[in-house]
Design a protein around this ligand. Structure first.
Ligand code: ATP
Length: 326
């Protein structure tokens, strides 16, 4: 009820009558008053006026399950939020939930990760109070070989969500990073549990650097945050909600064709590697090529120095610029 009342307060232009809230949630006026007091303690500035009701006038609330749930506008993506002040990794929490049979669209969010993960056992720098660490649990009815496409779908959703909330235009470094002004703002890690021809679940983990003002020495050249680039404090819950809404939109399009053909142009527009020389880092080999764009399966189409056209599967490959990170 707390998240729902907060959502009503956020969506309302004027005052929300106490009686209407009582009728809607079938609770007493005291119960409504108690919720308002709790919200005030959490940092929401709520004005109460006799005969008019309640009105949200400001907020300095930090990220919380209530804050996220009250911001979510999507139908199923992030409708159920499980929030942790601190956890080892949101991908681990989502995989655990996947094993337990939790629903498609459940979202696991943490304020801080003790062992945030990147691909191939790398780590993701996850300090508290500044960033978004979230993992979406999915149960797609597609063949396991198509699961990496979820990474590309999420990348588009993140780029959209960031643009909507901050106005910043980001680019995608295929397959799993979002780039802002040449530096990494977000990484995506997709993992799955599957049989040969059946997916049990897929988890799509997303780390978005929001309000960091500095990075550890080893990341300074490569990483940035939305605040560093825009000069503005970022409302993390608003970004989470916008990304979920956008993911849901792309997922619905994906479900029709079970590939990326419905938004290929949109993706290629944002692709930082497009029409550029790239260094392809495959397990066991490394070569230079010219990147053309992605195909509808999410593979990166490149032309090698001897004129051969190759389609690279997103699984374990990294792509760099020939002279630097992008
Ligand atoms: P790369 O970005 O090097 O091409 P990758 O996409 O496989 O490789 P990820 O698995 O997405 O990399 O992320 C892990 C890497 O990202 C780490 O090795 C580190 O270099 C970098 N990194 C770790 N934490 C952050 C962060 N908070 N912001 C930006 N980059 C980070």
């Amino acid at each position: 009820m707390k998240a729902e009342i907060l959502k009503l307060l956020k969506d309302s232009d004027g005052y929300l009558s106490g009686q209407q809230l009582c009728d809607r949630f079938q609770v007493s006026r005291t119960a409504v008053w108690k919720v308002m007091e709790q919200l005030k303690k959490e940092g929401y500035e709520i004005e109460a006026v006799r005969n008019k009701g309640y009105r949200l006038i400001g907020s300095c609330a930090s990220l919380s399950g209530t804050e996220i749930e009250s911001s979510i506008k999507s139908e199923w993506a992030g409708r159920r939020v499980v929030y942790f002040e601190e956890t080892d990794s949101t991908n681990l929490r989502a995989k655990e939930a996947g094993e337990k049979g939790e629903a498609h669209g459940s979202l696991y969010v943490a304020d801080c990760q003790i062992s945030g993960k990147g691909r191939r056992g790398r780590s993701w720098e996850s300090p508290s109070g500044t960033s978004i660490y979230m993992t979406l649990l999915l149960r797609p009815k597609i063949l396991p070989g198509k699961a990496p496409q979820m990474t590309l779908l999420m990348a588009l959703a993140v780029a959209d969500g960031i643009r909507e909330v901050t106005g910043l235009s980001t680019q995608i470094k295929w397959p799993n990073d979002i780039i802002l002004n040449g530096k990494k703002i977000c990484g995506i890690l997709t993992e799955m549990s599957a049989e040969i021809d059946y997916i049990n679940y897929v988890v799509v983990g997303v780390g978005i650097n929001c309000n960091q003002e500095t990075f550890p020495e080893e990341l300074r050249e490569k990483a940035t945050s939305l605040k560093l680039e825009s000069g503005q404090e970022i409302q993390r819950a608003a970004v989470i909600a916008a990304v979920m809404e956008s993911f849901e939109k792309y997922y619905q399009i994906f479900e029709k064709t079970e590939d990326l053909s419905g938004f290929l142009d949109e993706y290629n527009e944002l692709l930082v590697n497009r029409e550029r020389e790239v260094l392809v880092l495959e397990p066991g080999q490394e070569y230079e090529a010219y990147a053309l764009g992605i195909n509808s399966s999410g593979e990166l189409i490149v032309k090698t120095a001897d004129g051969q056209r190759r389609e690279i599967f997103a699984g374990e490959v990294s792509v760099r610029g020939v002279y630097g990170y992008v």
